[in-house]
Design a protein around this ligand. Structure first.
Ligand code: GLU
Length: 281
């Protein structure tokens, strides 16, 4: 029996790619006699809007997809995230980071800065300074190398196959932000565990999140779900669906007279409307 979840962020209207993901997760769960849960990932309070949350409920009803309880809204879950962060802090695996986005960009461009987009480590070895912390906005980051030394390299299972992360797959990710009690990875693992999720079904664009999420599960002694990273829905010409594209939003399709339940049944068979296709593996 599988429990899967659909975890959209209410930062825009849902599009065809979300519908595909929702249908796939729901069918995998229900075919096994399990449950399909809905989680609203609204921790980014600058981009999340209540009308988009209402849009998610409306679009899922139109598709004929009914979620099982509990419905979880991340902006109401601060205490659970703080508790998890505290457990990681107690293990000495977290440090305060005072960098701004532009500090990080500048460090990465410096002649001897580390290449790529990984966090350059500026605040990693600063001595902890509670007074500075109490006065200065800061985020909390995972000390990836200490965390890997503690837990070992994470592995996970996907479609019956076992995968292993390399150390370079895991960065010093932000666990909690200046303005929110948790960032995506921490909130995701805490909530998956709290709601008994055993199958994380999501787009292949999120595959790179799995190593760090598995590592956090190991450090927090949370159960290990299975993973399913499905192909993305693309425009026929290969462009990705973006939230700012109006055409493939479910709201626009509904207004154009499309039957939502038929669309969901077709998506379950892997049949996409004209003009769209799945990314070939
Ligand atoms: N909130 C994420 C998104 O909308 C999904 C996260 C997940 O499924 O783990 O892309």
């Amino acid at each position: 029996m599988k429990v899967s979840r659909f975890a959209p962020s209410p930062t825009g209207r849902l599009h065809l790619g979300h519908a595909f993901s929702a249908v796939l997760g729901l069918n995998r769960a229900r075919d096994s006699g399990g449950k399909w849960l809905l989680r609203i990932e609204d921790l980014d309070q600058t981009r999340s809007r209540p009308e988009f949350t209402d849009g998610i409920y409306e679009d899922l009803r139109w598709l004929g997809l009914h979620w099982d309880e509990p419905l979880l809204v991340q902006s109401r879950r601060g205490a659970a995230y703080l508790d998890a962060l505290e457990q990681l802090r107690a293990q000495g695996l977290v440090y305060a980071c005072f960098c701004t986005r532009s500090d990080i960009a500048a460090a990465l461009q410096a002649p001897h800065g580390s290449a790529g987009t990984r966090y350059p480590g500026t605040c990693r070895d600063l001595p902890d300074n509670p007074e500075l912390r109490s006065k200065t906005a800061h985020s909390w980051r995972l000390d990836a190398s200490k965390a890997l030394a503690r837990a070992g390299l994470p592995t996970w299972s996907e479609g019956g196959e076992r995968f292993a992360a390399g150390a370079s797959d895991i960065d010093d990710v932000i666990l909690a932000r200046k303005d929110a009690p948790a960032a995506y990875h921490l909130a995701c693992v805490v909530d998956d565990a709290a709601t008994g999720v055993t199958l994380v079904a999501r787009g292949e664009d999120l595959r790179s999140s799995t190593p760090v999420q598995r590592l956090l599960q190991m450090l927090l002694h949370l159960p290990q779900p299975d993973y399913l990273h499905h192909p993305l829905v693309l425009h026929e010409d290969g462009r990705r669906l973006a939230k700012r594209d109006l055409a493939p939003t479910l709201a626009a399709m509904r207004e154009a007279g499309v039957d939502g339940r038929k669309l969901a049944a077709n998506l379950a068979e892997g049949c996409l409307p004209a003009g769209f296709r799945l990314r070939r593996a």
